[in-house]
Design a protein. Sequence first.
Length: 430
Amino acid sequence: MSSFECTDMTRYSAWSVFKNGLTGQRNWGRAWRDPEPKPQYDIVIVGGGLHGLATAYYLAKNHGQKRIAVLEKGWLGGGNAGRNTTIVRSNYFMPGNRAFYEHSLTLWEELSHELNYNVMFSQRAHISLLHSPAARDAAARRYNTMRLSGSDGELWDLPTLKAAVPHLNYAEDARFPIIGAAVQRRAGTARHDAVAWGYARAADQLGVDIIQNCEVTGVQRDGDNVSRLQTSRGDIAAGKVGFAVAGHTSRLWQMAGLGNLPIESHKLQAFVSEPLKPLLDQVVVFGVGGAHFYISQSDKGGMVFGGDLDWYKSYAQRGNLPIVQDVAEAATSILPCLGRVRLLRHWSGVMDMSMDGSAFICKTPLSNLYLNAGWNYGGFKASPASGWYFADLIANDRPDPVIAHFDLKRFERGVVIDERGAGPDPKLHG
């Protein structure tokens, strides 16, 4: 069978689970193939994370593209896809971001059915704690904008919040006194590795070659055109090339001879505790006074949480102790009941932090090279829409109006998309 034809994979259903249960679960097919790389493809996506896999899937499904390859230097889910806190939301305010993240949340709501794979998307609500009248006024402006643009959002007073999440630190002398919350009920969490596997399986069924352990080591150009990618598994020629490698984008950009990008690579740590009985049925977030913290509880019972970036630039996938202390202090200040809970593990993802805190989905100075980068803290929640619009850009060679401002030239125009209002300092856009 040609690798570009649809493969004969089992369609998951209640019946297939029952039938395979009768045979000791021995007759399941592979979730996706492990093909050898071919010498040439029409489209090559560099990066087998969520954005790269989603792009390949939508290229094949929405645009009927053939001869597509996804190149991943390690294994699927070994990069940022497996190193995040899995939060999904669309409570963005700025033009461009507002429509983009709302579309992404809409795709999340049907993603398990779309991929025929349970990505464990749980709409458990995203609760942003408010600590001052000024914060409440700012949240009211943001959430009214969301409601006017067809999304959901509401403000909770203190009694409503206490009834929903009774074990926060509501003391008047608390380090961060709480006066209410801004809530998006449709937001929630998903299972990061399940999303990667679901997109990989669905893309494979449409004929996409997913090639793991295939690191790009060089980019060959023919004038303003990428002619060939040098990889650890041989050279691969490509008609079109898309970069979707998060914190390592700058390295590939320099391989292509394009100089520097307005991106810095920083580490973002995440943590998970030992399993607990059901404690928190929502995503709780707060940020005030230099502190930044977010937490939810996984289906296994672990408390999954994180905070600020490690502020120095690095490509390492490990963190440092000052951030461990900072995040632990934020956790116990808002949820004192976690004080004796043991930390099970922690890890770091390499974040591509842009100058204004917003992403790039755009064409590049090279005629057949396309860029997907600069996701800052928003990469996981953006995955479906990122793949959707990046695929559309590559297939049609022009940006959809929703992502028209997600280009590298916005800084020349002075039209930045600064959701947080932090200014041109990448490390502040957490």
